[in-house]
Design a binder for this molecule. Structure first.
Ligand SMILES: Nc1ncnc2c1ncn2[C@@H]1O[C@H](COP(=O)(O)OP(=O)(O)OP(=O)(O)O)[C@@H](O)[C@H]1O
Ligand SMILES: O=P(O)(O)OC[C@H]1O[C@H](OP(=O)(O)OP(=O)(O)O)[C@H](O)[C@@H]1O
Length: 206
């Protein structure tokens, strides 16, 4: 059986395919995938899912390996081997609010997709806040008055800037990570170790 790799769709997928190609693996089927969710190459079976679902598939042994953002691992703490960072998908976690915003005296309302990370951040500061969960376009929340501030991923800073928000604090930085199912690493050791080592070497070189 070929190793099965779960890839995060979207941003990370494109950067992974470039990296995978640079390692000398057959990447054409991935580059020509269109809307297909599963792709076979000579050496691997790939499938594509949202980041958090990638961790679920790897945790449950449907995939042997997975490529997922470090933010997802910290937020959801899946029971997988978190092997090492990959040289793409770099971003940071930031607390941001409206420019010149005057914070209210009452409990702060913070909107985020990353509720666990947000709660831990404020807990460490010894501050109790109300966290409002949003699934996307989080920057809207302070602008529309749903929240005082947001905790969200920042890469170039363009989204914040174009929406009149400024960073109050940056507190975590991430990249994509290679993860593995715990039993696959034992049962399929002979097949997986050379792949993992090739990825590790490639990641070091970049
Ligand atoms: N600018 C960025 N915004 C969001 N995620 C980024 C960014 N740069 C790198 N990443 C990384 O890419 C991963 C996947 O991001 P992507 O935006 O493709 O997924 P998503 O936020 O779940 O997407 P979607 O909004 O399409 O559902 C994130 O978990 C994060 O680690
Ligand atoms: O600093 P930047 O380079 O502007 O990138 C950061 C933005 O990208 C992500 O959103 P995404 O495009 O994934 O859309 P979403 O709001 O639907 O998650 C993230 O949530 C920020 O909004």
């Amino acid at each position: 059986m070929k190793p099965v790799i779960a890839l995060t769709k979207g941003r990370l997928e494109k950067q992974f395919v470039q990296f995978f190609k640079e390692l000398g693996y057959e990447a054409e089927p991935l580059m020509e995938k269109g809307r297909k969710l599963r792709i076979e190459t000579n050496e691997f079976s790939f499938f594509f899912a949202k980041g958090v679902d990638v961790t679920t598939y790897v945790e449950n042994g449907i995939a042997d390996l997975g490529v997922v953002g470090g933010d997802i691992l910290i937020e959801h703490e899946p029971d997988v081997f978190n092997l090492f960072p990959l040289p793409f998908g770099h971003c940071r976690m930031a607390l941001a609010t409206k420019k010149d915003y005057v914070w209210p005296d009452q409990k702060k309302r913070i909107a985020s997709t990353f509720t666990h990370i947000t709660k831990s951040y404020f807990k460490e500061k010894g501050e109790s806040v109300d966290v409002i969960k949003l699934e996307g376009s989080v920057e809207l929340a302070p602008i529309l008055g749903l929240a005082d501030a947001i905790v969200d991923i920042v890469e170039t800073g363009t989204t914040l800037k174009e929406n009149g928000l400024v960073i109050e604090d940056e507190f975590l930085s991430f990249s994509a990570r290679l993860i593995a199912n715990r039993s696959s690493l034992k049962i399929k050791r002979e097949k997986l170790v050379p792949v993992i080592e090739r990825f590790r070497e490639g990641a070091k070189k970049r």
